[in-house]
Design a binder for this molecule. Structure first.
Ligand SMILES: Cc1cc2nc3c(=O)[nH]c(=O)nc-3n(C[C@H](O)[C@H](O)[C@H](O)COP(=O)(O)OP(=O)(O)OC[C@H]3O[C@@H](n4cnc5c(N)ncnc54)[C@H](O)[C@@H]3O)c2cc1C
Length: 307
């Protein structure tokens, strides 16, 4: 999959307030920084903030994010409006972030600032059958559906790459989407695979007594499936971190565990913002992003590749 690779010092996953603040501090420390992610997916994008320090007028989240990006760019950070589909630990101890295009970016340090977003479909049966066939994470639950018919719902890369992944595990794989919002490379892979595509429709309801039995589509089709993976939005942090052995907070098992330097248990991997747990506040995200950016820059300078 890897087409070519680009070298950085610090790769930041997430362009919300945590990622942006990390970028400002890492770039000011004279490191090569790239920020990945789609600004529209930040929780802040549609919010209006009136409790952030020193801003006494209500400010739109969209404006804050736009200014934050300009500020980070001013200090030299680069931006790519893409999702990361995987992170790999390389033999030399550096890290590689795989993009949906197949490209890979390398760096000694990565900051996970992907927030928390598990968008719901909000259809009948979704809540009732959660954990009984309904899942929000292909990487976490795909294994439970070995040889079984499954459906993935979503318009974006998370759904498309999730469906490809399930093809290796499950039986029939259906992909339900209104319109494909993925790059041509991924689209081509899906279209030339055995995935059964249901384009231009959406889910009406998920049916079943004690477990998922059927997915009912607005087009009138009924899919007999055992599993429904709702993948709306970018891949969640936990999926990406799981492969690397990044530890979760032992109480909730839902957030990434960090120390006061925002270090995870894996050298070179830092985390900041909502991904580290509540409270869901911009002030916390920014504070953690600042620490992560500074610390990652120090680490990266010490562990730069020599080649
Ligand atoms: C409706 C609403 C109102 C709110 N009101 C307030 C308020 O009044 N005051 C306040 O302080 N806070 C408020 N918040 C909370 C605040 O928005 C969040 O705490 C803050 O945005 C968290 O920042 P973050 O950088 O951790 O994550 P986010 O801002 O959510 O950013 C996550 C980033 O990660 C990216 N990403 C995700 N997956 C991937 C991937 N696989 N590859 C690459 N990038 C990825 C996304 O595209 C996004 O850019 C509100 C939130 C909402 C939803």
């Amino acid at each position: 999959m890897e087409k070519n690779s680009i070298e950085y010092d610090v790769i930041i996953l997430g362009s919300g307030p945590a990622g942006l603040q990390a970028a400002v501090h890492a770039a000011r420390a004279k490191t090569r920084v790239v920020v990945l992610g789609r600004v529209q997916r930040s929780s802040l994008f549609k919010a209006h903030i009136e409790n952030y320090c020193c801003m006494d007028d209500m400010v739109s989240g969209e404006d804050i994010l736009e200014q934050g990006r300009r500020q980070a760019e001013k200090f030299g950070a680069e931006f790519m409006d893409v999702d990361v589909v995987g992170i790999d630990l390389l033999d030399d101890g550096t890290l590689s972030a795989r993009l949906e295009s197949g490209e890979a970016l390398h760096a000694p340090a990565i900051i996970l600032a992907m927030g928390v977003s598990r968008n719901r479909l909000n259809v009948p049966g979704e809540k009732e059958l959660l954990g009984k066939g309904v899942s929000y994470c292909v990487e976490c639950d795909g294994n439970f559906f070995r040889g079984e018919p499954v459906a993935v719902v979503g318009n974006e890369s998370a759904a498309f790459s999730g469906a490809l992944q399930l093809l290796l595990l499950a039986g029939d794989v259906h992909l339900v989407y209104q319109e494909a919002r993925v790059d041509e490379h991924l689209k081509f892979h899906v279209e030339s695979s055995a995935i059964e595509r249901h384009e231009g429709t959406w889910v009406k309801s998920i049916a079943g007594q004690n477990e998922v039995e059927r997915l009912e589509l607005q087009s009138g089709e009924e899919l007999n499936v055992k599993g429904v993976f709702i993948e709306l939005g970018a891949k969640g942090a936990l999926d990406l971190a799981a492969n690397l052995g990044v530890m979760l907070d032992p109480e909730s098992m839902r957030y990434i565990s960090v120390n006061k330097k925002q270090e995870t248990n894996v050298p070179g991997i830092y985390a900041a913002g909502d991904i580290c747990g509540p409270p869901w506040q911009m002030a916390k995200a920014v504070g953690e992003g600042c620490v992560a950016g500074m610390e990652a820059a120090v680490y990266a300078k010490k562990h730069r590749r020599t080649a």
